[in-house]
Design a binder for this molecule. Structure first.
Ligand code: G1P
Length: 297
């Protein structure tokens, strides 16, 4: 019988240097799109996919993340006194059942594969999801849920995939596809950050994974890959070498690269425009701005 995927690992140990100075004292994952931190989008997506246990791989300077998912008795009391029911409801999404959330530290920045490996004892012998909160995906059905449904049919490992321009493949893990069947593809290989002109396709890995516990065993080998780091992509590709299945899944939805400034700005505008309470004013502002820009050109 296939095991249900109920655990997700969130690698959140990165320094967020691309957003300095903001990230000097604020973890990147707490930066907000409209009024919710990046991490909340990932948690909501995980919950919608049936995840019940949330494992954060953190590092020094990330305590704001732990506080975010804790109760805030003084704030709650103040809001109660003022009768701010709507704000109390807004806090609901930040509450976690006790014992459902765990924090593990990655003591040294040795790569994404190493970060995931740090969670091995909490994962044990179960399939698990990995979610990179930098990749924010908007869509009718959560990306991870789409993958969980596809995974119920396939088993094995599965990575989210998206076409990117050939000039961008060297920033991603890239898929070598054996055969495709609509959104679902069976893979032959995967390469992390291939040098320009050597990518096996223009299908990039996006930060959603469903992995078997064997991947943790592959990570035990601590093999260094692209950039001298222990790469998750390599540990997944090792499954193919061992003759086990790995699938790519081209999800439905809009993905924003919130690890980059321009992606973060685009996500801010897109999420602002999708909010009934903000969209009219924001759209008017953008229309005016563009009209002025075009007139000035
Ligand atoms: C990581 C993964 C890469 C993947 C990317 C998706 O890279 O190593 O395979 O394509 O996330 O966002 P990073 O962006 O951390 O360099």
């Amino acid at each position: 019988m296939k095991r249900k995927v109920t655990k997700a690992v969130f690698p959140v140990a990165g320094l967020g240097t691309r957003f300095l100075p903001a990230t000097k004292s604020v973890p990147k994952e707490i930066m907000t799109l409209v009024d919710r931190p990046l991490i909340q989008y990932a948690i909501d997506e995980a919950r919608a996919a049936g995840i019940k246990e949330f494992i954060f791989v953190t590092s020094r300077g990330k305590s704001a993340l732990e506080d975010y998912f804790d109760r805030a008795p003084e704030l709650e009391a103040a809001l109660e006194t003022k009768g701010k029911q709507d704000l109390l409801e807004a806090l609901e999404q930040t509450y976690m059942e006790s014992g459902a959330i765990a924090y593990i530290r990655q003591h040294r920045p040795l790569g994404l594969g190493h970060a995931v490996w740090c969670a091995r004892r909490l994962i044990g012998d179960e399939p698990f999801a990995v979610m990179l909160p930098d990749d924010v995906i908007a869509g009718e059905k959560s990306c991870l849920q789409q993958m969980v449904e596809a995974h119920e049919e396939t088993g094995g490992c599965m990575v989210a995939a998206m076409e990117v321009p050939p000039s961008r493949t060297s920033s991603y893990g890239v898929l070598d596809v054996k055969e495709g069947n609509g959104r679902l593809m069976r893979l032959r290989g995967m390469v992390e950050k291939p040098a320009a002109g050597t990518a096996p396709s223009n299908l990039a890995v996006i930060g959603r994974y469903i992995l078997t516990p064997q991947v943790m065993e592959n990570l035990n080998r601590m093999k260094k890959g692209a950039g001298g780091e222990i790469q998750l992509t390599d540990a997944i590709a090792d499954e193919l070498v061992a003759g086990r299945d790995v699938f790519g899944y081209q999800f439905e939805g809009d993905r924003f690269d919130c690890g980059s400034k321009s992606g973060f700005l685009q996500a801010t505008v897109a999420f602002g425009l999708s909010r009934p309470d903000l969209r009219d004013e924001l759209a008017r502002y953008l229309d005016n701005l563009m009209a002025h820009r075009n007139a000035a050109q």
